[in-house]
Write a protein that binds this ligand. Structure first.
Ligand SMILES: NC(=O)c1ccc[n+]([C@@H]2O[C@H](COP(=O)([O-])OP(=O)(O)OC[C@H]3O[C@@H](n4cnc5c(N)ncnc54)[C@H](OP(=O)(O)O)[C@@H]3O)[C@@H](O)[C@H]2O)c1
Length: 332
């Protein structure tokens, strides 16, 4: 619970905007879920700071177009935002997006893997519980599929493109829920409706995502790939997240949010920090615009946590390699 106390204290701290014209001018960024909440505010800042191109990767194109008009109106900059389709619940859609981005963009400086869902009803997407599919499997899939392009740009341009995963420290509160799936296949356990407590499912997806990213980053050091991979926990923010959850979870989240949530704009500053944090942030947790590795609980970082991290990664690799052979072996 120490981390929740730290998070609560930090919610009231003023956050700096660490990106600016000199960090973003002429650059290209992709933000998944860029049509709303934290993604929209991140994209708006990137446009404001003279980026050459900002791609909103969205599942609903009309919502993406609406976000584009809003950004153009508030920043006064047209011809920068593009709206591209991606459905993070679908392997094929993620593959198609990665192919298009790799082939059509002359450079990518930052990819923010922000799209995510908080649900508490059990539903499947391509055979996997849908929030695990969106927040974990396909988020890691998109990140790994984009690595060759990001790496090539790093070499070509002498830059460090950055891959920012959006996690949540709520993940550190669900050790007991994670423990239910440690025996046998981890993903089979996560996909077992009888074992699942859906009130803590969102937090569990964010824990599994973080553990997978930690292993991914460990296997892809910046010295080898030229790419910085980090994780941003934006803190509690007022967005549309969890809009469809049942009463119990809703009251909890909305009650806490009403007391201490940041606006989406303030939350987006933590993501901007992720984009400019550089090599020293590789593989690390960032929150409140600082590196916060000391927030990571011992059970995540100790030998047992490392075993879990490696186990999650090994199973994820098996799944993703069966969808697209070679997608992981090409990066590590
Ligand atoms: N808000 C917080 O307090 C908080 C705290 C910690 C971490 N986060 C993380 O921050 C990220 C952004 O969330 P938010 O708070 O800004 O909530 P949000 O406003 O609900 O944004 C989520 C975005 O993800 C998109 N998305 C969901 N499923 C998708 C799919 N299958 N394919 C493509 N896009 C999809 C949504 O698209 P639609 O508009 O079409 O639904 C939306 O644009 C999430 O990863 C969340 O877990 C949020």
């Amino acid at each position: 619970m120490a981390v929740m106390m730290r998070l609560t204290a930090e919610q009231y701290r003023k956050l700096p905007i660490l990106a600016n014209n000199s960090t973003c001018s002429g650059k290209t960024y992709i933000v998944t879920g860029g049509n709303s909440g934290l993604g929209l505010e991140t994209a708006r800042h990137l446009v404001e700071f003279s980026s050459a191109r900002v791609i909103l990767a969205v599942r609903n194109l009309s919502s993406g177009e609406k976000a584009k008009s809003e950004i153009e109106k508030s920043t006064g900059r047209k011809g920068v935002v593009q709206v591209w389709h991606i459905d993070m619940a679908s392997n094929a859609s993620v593959q198609a997006f990665a192919k298009k981005a790799s082939e059509e963009l002359d450079r990518i400086d930052g990819l923010v893997l922000n799209a995510g869902i908080m649900i508490d009803n059990w539903a499947l997407a391509e055979g996997m519980e849908s929030s695990i599919q969106v927040n974990v499997v396909n988020t890691l899939f998109l990140g790994t599929l984009m690595m060759p392009k990001l790496s090539e740009d790093a070499r070509k341009l002498g830059t460090h493109p950055t891959l920012v995963f959006i996690v949540s420290v709520l993940g550190y509160t669900v050790k007991a829920e994670m423990d239910k799936s440690r025996q046998g296949s981890i993903f089979d356990g996560l996909n077992d409706q009888k074992k699942a407590n859906m009130d803590s499912r969102y937090a569990l997806t964010k824990l599994v995502e973080e553990l997978a990213v930690r292993q991914f980053a460990a296997l892809c050091p910046v010295e080898k790939t030229g790419v910085v991979v980090n994780m941003v926990a934006p803190g509690l923010c007022s967005t549309g997240l969890g809009g469809d959850v049942r009463t119990f979870t809703k009251i909890m989240h909305e009650g806490i949010r009403a007391m201490m949530a940041r606006s989406a704009e303030v939350g987006s500053r933590t993501i901007l920090h992720g984009l400019v944090a550089g090599e020293e942030s590789h593989g690390k947790l960032l929150s409140g615009c600082k590196i916060k590795e000391y927030w990571v609980p011992g059970w995540v970082s100790n030998a047992e946590g490392q075993r879990l991290q490696k186990g999650i990664w090994t199973e994820l690799v098996e799944r993703l390699e069966s969808v697209q052979p070679g997608c992981i072996s090409q990066i590590s």
